[in-house]
Design a protein around this ligand. Sequence first.
Ligand SMILES: [Zn+2]
Length: 476
Amino acid sequence: MDNPLNPLPESVGSAPQFTQINPMPNSQLSSIFAHIDHNRQSFIDRLIDYVRQPSISAHGIGIAEVAAFLNDYLTQMGFATESLPSAGWPMIYGRRDDVPGAPTLLIYGHYDVQPPDPLDKWISPPFEPTIRDSKLFARGVGDNKGQHFANLLAIESTLAVAGKLPCNVIVLLEGEEEVGSPHIAEFVRNHRAKLNADLVITSDGPVHESGRFCIEFGVRGIISFELRAKGANRDVHSGNFGGIVPNPIWTLVQLLATMKNDRGEVTIDGFYDNVQPPTELERKALANLPLDIATAKAELGLSELDQPLERGYYERLSLWPTFTINGFHAGYGGPGTKTVLPHEAFVKCDMRLVASQTPEELYAKVEAHVKKHAPDVQFVRQGSMAPSKTPIDSHYTQPIVAAMSVAQGAEPLLVPAMGGSLPDYVWTQILGVPSFVVPYANADEANHAPNENMELDRFITGIRTGAAMMEYLGNL
Ligand SMILES: [Zn+2]
């Protein structure tokens, strides 16, 4: 393996270039890597013990036991710990201020897991961890126990070798991420002083689908809403009343047709007003992401991707908002025919928002559009989450890239934003600090699905990565 520090690997020629960071001033990191290698089996055994304990937030099963285990573990490692009450399951909080003046890293993760059903689709039971093909199969191993446990073992390994951490560290482990983090925003607002970090790192989700490790700099936001149209006070005969009674399905079809054109552009006034063009670094990062459009289309059974085709594949997943009709419910859909003129119709929609757009702004624009084009249609808000973005040229990107290169053997891909939505805005908007998602799990981790798994090598690489990130942040 090339030494990624000197110089960075050739294969990343088109990636954004970060000036070379100084090589590590001492050999502490190699001693820590050696410690991790030496303890590989015991770390895997401890992960097995951890994922054997269910902690299903949706059903309230096992939460208290796992929260107590984590609190004890952090305490044993010398953290000032608190199990902070929130309106829901407890937040596990620990803090070590080892190096006054050095950056303070907040490591976020979640100790709750998804319910395991359907149980009959699991090859081995979800809470009886089993190794097959160098992967550990268990509910929660990828999402998120194997990932934050890797970061905790990185702390433990660093302390074992060096006796102290190279930067200050806050650990925050949530117990209700899998039920939508209903209290995290309020919690962060109420505990700003305890959470006064310089940056946040979350290890969750899969690596890039190509298998390459990556840093994700943000997420898209989301708004969900419903449009409801009403006609007569009951369904009527399409012959006896057709031509007289208005049809709410046509009302919604015509309204929807005013909201997006046949080129795929959303035609709601002001919809794109706050969409920022990609920065030069974002363009380069997007261009560097591995892509095989033919395979992607074949895998989806598509001959063409959605419009507008001139926008790049990853650009539209990261940097453009969307308007999706999730479902349209009305009238008769059974066998044969039914000459009915329905009296109501509903459409459910979501929009994915990009940085600088806000849920309130988009709700207001859609609502104004509906009022103008179909004033009798009811517009119902159904929940939202703000987008989040950290600039690629953040002060902390370079040390994280350097740390990942050293720990993983190749420079990571840089993903300007994930297509999906997570409450990352609590860090970037409420705390006001940069936030980096650094996933360790394999792309086929099957999170939220039967046979969830994590490659054991990636778990170990995650421990190395956590240790290297603290080391490089401490050397800033
Ligand atoms: Zn999850």
